[in-house]
Every structure is written in C-alpha cells, then in structure tokens.
Design a protein around this ligand. Structure first.
Ligand code: EPS
Length: 381
C-alpha cells in the first residue's frame, strides 16, 4: 500500500492516488467527509477554515460503493482558490514576490534548496493544508480497518501550559462523545474553558500556541511490523509518519519518557492470558515491543510546536541580506485540536499498510481468511 499526494494550499485543490488498496471494501464517502469536517473544527483555527468546506471527490477505484482494487484517486477542491487565481496562475508570473522568510517555517531552507526567487512557492506546498488530503487517505483506510473492529481515537491533553490530567477510558463511547463535543477536543469541561482563555490570550498578544495530543488505536492484532529490519519496525514506521505532520516536534510511545527515568522492572508489562489471548497487565510499552505490535492498544502522544507565524514580528533577514521583521501570513492561533484528527488518520494509513503486509490478499475476502486463520493460530484455546 502506498500513496502519492500533491497540491498547493491556494492552488485548485489537493489530490492523491492510493495504490495497493484491496477490492470489495465498502466505502462510505460520508464517513470520509466527516473526518475532513472534524479536521477543520477546533477552537483557535484561523479565517481560512471559514472559507473551506472540505469534501472529497473520488475520481477512480471505487464503484457501486466498493473498492475495485484499482488505484483510488481523489481530489479536494480549495474553495479559497478563487481569491488566489492571479497569484497562483500556472502561466503568468506574479510580480508580488515574497522575499522575507519567516523563521520557523520551510521558507528560507526551501528557496535555497530549490533555487527559487519567491517564497510563495515554498509556503504553498509546505503548508499544513496538505493534512487535509492525508486525512482523506487515512479515512479511506479506516473503512477497511473498521471491518476488523479497529478503532482509533484521540484527545487533546494540553494547550500551551494548560493540561487536562483526567484519566479517561478512551475505549468507552460516552467518553469519546464528550471529547467530540468539546471545541478543544479535550475531556474536562473546566479545563476546556481555561484552554479557550489561553488561546484568546495568545491571540490578543499576537501569539500562537502548541500543545499535546494522545492517540490510541484499539484492536490492533499482535504481529504488525517486525524486529527483523530497522525499517520494518512498527515504531519506526509510525514515528516517521507522525513526525512528518507540520509543526510536530516530538512524540512518545506509551510511557516512554517516564520509563527512561525508571528501573526496568517498574515499567515492564507483565505477560498474562486473557480471553484465550496473550495480553499484558499494563501498557507502558504503548502496544509495541521489539518493533512488533503486541496486541495491546497502540498509544502515542504527539507534541506540536506553536505555529511559527505570529502577528508579533520576529527578526529575520531579507533575501537581499537586509535585516527585517518577519511578515505576517494568515494562520491559526492554535491547531492542536485538529492535530488529533490528523494523527488518527495518518496512523490509520500506517496500520493499514502493515495490516496488508501481514494479511496480504487482493480482496477483503482473502484478507479476512488470512486474518481469521492467524488469530486462531495465536489463540491459547
Ligand atoms: C490550513 C490551511 C492554511 C492555514 C494552516 C492550515 O490556510 P491559509 O494559509 O490560507 O490561512 O490555516 O496552515 C498553517 C498555518 C501553516 O503554517 O501551514 C489547513 O487547511 O489546515
């Protein structure tokens, strides 16, 4: 399973081709669009989200509500394109070039690397707008994972310095409902209020805020990924994908950070048998041991830096070498609530990829057979 995606933030749209997706998987486009809508929500988003109403248009690979096994190609139109037609024209050169690089973005590294004279070319592709199409790709994968009872959920743990310390059973529907109803996608309503105040304060100051989200994938069978080679390790695969999300600067599997300052015996997950399957009595490892999923939920925490574009100017240097203050480009004050949704769907793609590596099969029926056979083999019954 692989995909390619393309598209500029203010171009006509975002496109992707998914190749290697099995046949006969029922796809509900409304559910895919729901993921796109979830990604757009969240307190702290900027003006752009009032313009867009992201919906995916399927161009190939799905017929009569089911995948055909052929490449799935799809498109999300940028509604904002109509306001950028002159700037984004593919033939006529736009004269209002951007020559002041914003610190913290791809701006400077990008123009130096590609020998460009307009930072706009870098901004357009480096933008986190690209997470819209990656969310759609993951949402298609989720349709397959749903058939195997996989559930991927997330919540916001922290905005700036305001933290939600509640312990939440994320496998419980009612808890997820509460998180989904929150504008921040956090559990504790009192903390949500403080988080909103924090975002408002940052906005007043011309600042931005980062934060932390937790993402959990339930019902992941033991055996995805491998210890056999570095690039087949599940933690290598997941961390690469998660760290590629714009503005993400760190991530953690399970209780990795706490474990690094504990004794070995304090953070080992004891092996037990429960309902005929091997389980662990705790999940400090976050569902991965030796680069292989162990049948426990895959638990990650993801840390996002504040979006570097701030109204408050930052020192920089123009392309002609003159000292300058960074220019403001429309942006979000805080995109952490969206980050959880993006992570869920990016995780869905990586899990699907390894799921298909493990259970093979060109059609869902073949995959089902292989999956059922395997689960029977590893059961203790
Ligand atoms: C985004 C669209 C962008 C930004 C944001 C993410 O729209 P615009 O640049 O037109 O305001 O809101 O991207 C960034 C802040 C960034 O730095 O990449 C989206 O669709 O998520």
């Amino acid at each position: 399973l692989r995909f390619l995606d393309a598209g500029e933030s203010h171009g006509k749209g975002l496109v992707a081709i998914i190749e290697g997706f099995p046949s006969n998987v029922e796809i509900d486009i409304n559910r895919v669009n729901l993921q796109l809508a979830r990604r757009q929500r969240g307190y702290g988003r900027g003006e752009r989200m009032k313009i867009e109403y992201d919906q995916v248009e399927i161009l190939s690979g799905i017929r009569g509500g089911k995948t055909t096994g052929s490449p799935i190609s799809m498109l999300i139109y940028n509604k904002d394109y109509k306001n950028w037609m002159d700037i984004m024209d593919i033939q006529k050169e736009y004269t209002g070039k951007i020559t002041v690089p914003r610190p913290g973005h791809a701006d400077l590294n990008g123009i130096l690397k590609y020998n460009l004279n307009d930072i706009r070319n870098v901004i357009e592709r480096a933008s986190a707008r690209e997470t819209a199409i990656r969310t759609a790709i993951g949402a298609i994968c989720m349709e397959l994972l749903n058939k195997f009872d996989v559930k991927i959920v997330s919540r916001v743990l922290r905005i700036g310095k305001v933290e939600d310390l509640s312990r939440v059973d994320m496998s419980a529907e009612e808890n997820i409902k509460r998180i989904e109803e929150s504008q921040i996608r956090c559990f504790d309503a009192k903390i949500e209020k403080r988080m909103i105040e924090e975002i408002e304060l940052a906005k007043e100051k011309g600042e931005t805020l980062g934060g932390e989200v937790e993402v959990i994938a339930y019902n992941i069978p033991c055996g995805l990924g491998s210890y056999s080679s570095y690039d087949r390790r599940m933690d290598y695969i997941i961390s690469g994908a998660i760290m590629s999300i714009q503005a993400v600067k760190a991530m953690e599997f399970g209780e990795g950070i706490m474990a690094s300052c504990s004794y070995g015996s304090e953070v080992n997950d004891e092996i037990i048998v429960e309902n005929d399957y091997y389980k662990r009595s705790t999940n400090y490892a976050g569902g991965i041991e030796g680069g292989i999923t162990n049948g426990m939920p895959v638990v990650i925490k993801v840390y996002m830096k504040p979006i570097p574009t701030t109204r408050k100017g930052i020192k920089t240097v123009k392309l002609n070498g003159e000292e300058a203050i960074s220019r403001y480009e429309r942006s979000d004050t805080c995109a952490v609530p969206s980050l959880g949704v993006v992570c869920e769907n990016i995780l869905a793609f990586e899990i699907t990829k390894e799921f298909l590596n493990k259970f093979g099969g060109d059609s869902i029926e073949d995959i089902r057979n292989s999956y059922d056979f395997y689960l029977k083999r590893i059961s203790r019954r």
